[in-house]
Design a protein. Sequence first.
Length: 115
Amino acid sequence: MSFDVNAIDQTRSVRLVPERAPVRGADAGAAARPDAVTPPDAMVDTMPASPPPEVRDQVLAAQKAIQEMYDRGRTLHFSMDSGRVKILLQDLDGNVIREVPSSKVVDIANQRVDD
């Protein structure tokens, strides 16, 4: 498994709401299929309609950081290597600039960067 972190579409940040499957009426097709399960009269939604404001703020901050990195001609590439996460700093052509230790990424995430 691997993925690239690069410019994120700002318009997608508006669509952080989980999509719901369409619900059919209780009688739709039940007569044709006697073994059909009818949906309940009430639907309980355990997912909030949107993420809490602090989560949205963190997602937008991450998008901004990724965009700034992309504007400087850099991307991050994450992959699994022998059960460990491998993080590469690359240019926009995919050339590896350097490997970033995961401990350094944790320090950056916790705002404990000294260089």
